[in-house]
Write a protein that binds this ligand. Structure first.
Ligand code: GDP
Ligand code: IMO
Ligand code: MG
Length: 422
């Protein structure tokens, strides 16, 4: 039995989609446990490029069953659009997708409130997918769940109660037009027909799958530093991308998890606001963005780019329990004469003893760098570790040692065959 939790180790967009696609050939089930359509997981197969938002990236492997756990917030329209797009590309979804009855629904007012907040002084730089407001309602115990789609009366009543409150808020606090409750009820009643077939008791399904010795891969979205509890709050997402989230977000007990696999980009990126100690605002940052094609898979926004931060990834290893890692996008670093790696932080001239998630301190730290020689060689067609230039091996060894994990996979391009396994 193998139950692996795969997590993003930085601020998201580490290349999780590509690695899940590769690994899922060896797994029976792939599970999303948090986040929603704020995720954008890219998989390139030959000339075809897929960007998955809500559906696990394992869907591209015919034999894999895909599960959306209770921790995910689901925009039904986004889900149905994604199913349609995949079916148009010849991917069959029927019988291969299971959705937890306990997952919460993103409602039109969640997206509206997300947009309103992004126009205020407390903006985060969100993806605008209604994620934060949906989790607010979940924790305020007034959320609407997937299971509510099954009972028209319950659904209608819950929507009415919620919209009455939201309309008050929109009118009195934000001076906005009210929402048309009947129109939204009509829209959501219609989702029932399309989504019913996927609704499952996910904890029971996973429990039985483990009894049948099935292997399960958990596909984290976002990354550890975007975690609501362990990330750079408030510049985070509203869920737990870290490995512990796999348990609460799916109903699998911690005793069933056999390993945690980290996806680690060979440099650092972040989208949205918030501290970023190794950010490069110069031509080198621009070079990383151009070569690495660092533009959001969900929103198209340019990603902020910087050197690899081993101090940050070491923290991420600690809170996730990462044992092995895939280093992605190593090819992007191929044309730098020198490559810097941050190994610690200083604050007021003193070395810090631990990673500060407090944004005020993180904004003030000075990264301490080690400079390594580059390799100036195209590595994107290399398929074995032994082929890599000595300086690339040296870089990998250095970041592995500084971040405290073993590297078991190296990605040198977006395609399936651009992967080196160790
Ligand atoms: P995710 O959110 O972690 O799944 O990552 P994204 O899909 O948002 O962003 C990763 C981007 O890098 C995508 O465009 C991938 O196709 C691409 N990619 C993944 N691995 C590699 C790699 O090793 N090299 C290069 N050059 N691109 C990669
Ligand atoms: P994947 O799974 C990178 C960021 C947003 C913003 C913050 C909050 O593709 O790695 P939200 O819409 O979640 O309320 O936005 O989190 N963010 C991501 N950044 N990759 C992602 O997902 C992200 N999902 C959210 O840019 O800063
Ligand atoms: Mg992404």
């Amino acid at each position: 039995m193998s139950v692996t939790v795969l997590v993003g180790s930085q601020w998201g967009d580490e290349g999780k989609g590509k690695i899940v696609d590769i690994l899922s050939e060896r797994y029976d089930i792939v599970v999303r446990y948090q986040g929603g359509a704020n995720a954008g997981h890219t998989v390139e197969i030959g000339d075809r490029k897929f960007v998955l938002h809500l559906i696990p990236s394992g869907i591209l492997r015919e034999k894999v069953l895909c599960v959306i756990g209770n921790g995910v917030v689901i925009d039904p329209k986004a889900l149905l659009d994604e199913i349609k797009q995949l079916e148009e590309l010849g991917i069959s979804i029927k019988g291969r997708l299971l959705i937890s009855h306990n997952a919460h629904l993103i409602m039109p007012y969640h997206k509206l409130l997300d947009a309103i907040n992004e126009n205020s002084s407390t903006k985060i730089g969100t993806t605008g997918r209604g994620i934060g407001p949906c989790y607010i309602d979940k924790y305020a115990r007034r959320g609407i769940k997937i299971v509510d789609l099954l009972d028209k009366k319950v659904l209608e009543e819950k929507i009415r109660i919620n919209i009455e409150e939201k309309n008050n808020l929109l009118r009195k606090v934000y001076n906005q037009d009210e929402l048309d409750v009947d129109e939204i009820i009509k829209e959501y009643l219609a989702f029932d027909e399309a989504i019913d077939q996927y609704i499952t008791d996910v904890p029971l399904f996973l429990h039985n799958s483990i009894l049948e010795d099935k292997s399960i891969l958990f596909e984290g979205a976002q990354g550890a530093l975007l975690d609501i509890d362990h990330g750079t709050y408030p510049y985070v997402t509203s869920s737990n991308p870290t490995s512990g989230g796999a348990c609460t977000g799916s109903g699998i007990p911690p005793t069933k998890i056999s390993s945690v696999f980290g996806i680690v980009k060979a440099y650092t990126t972040r989208v949205g606001f918030g501290p970023f100690p190794t950010e490069m605002l110069d031509d080198k940052g621009e070079k990383l963005r151009t070569i690495g094609n660092e533009f959001g898979a969900t929103t198209g926004r340019p990603r902020r780019c910087g050197w690899y931060d081993a101090y940050l990834v070491n923290y991420s290893r600690m809170i996730n329990g990462i044992q092995r890692a895939a280093i992605t996008k190593l090819d992007v670093l191929s044309y730098f004469d020198e490559i810097k790696v941050c190994i610690s932080y200083e604050l007021n001239g003193k070395k810090l003893k631990s990673f500060p998630t407090d944004v005020n301190r993180l904004n003030e730290v000075t990264p301490v760098y080690e400079t390594l020689p580059g390799w100036n060689t195209d590595i994107s067609k290399m398929t074995a570790y032994s082929q890599l230039p000595a300086n690339a091996k040296n870089y990998l060894e250095f970041i592995s040692q500084q971040s405290g994990f073993e590297i078991s996979m190296i990605s040198v391009g977006p395609k399936r065959n651009q992967t080196i396994e160790l």
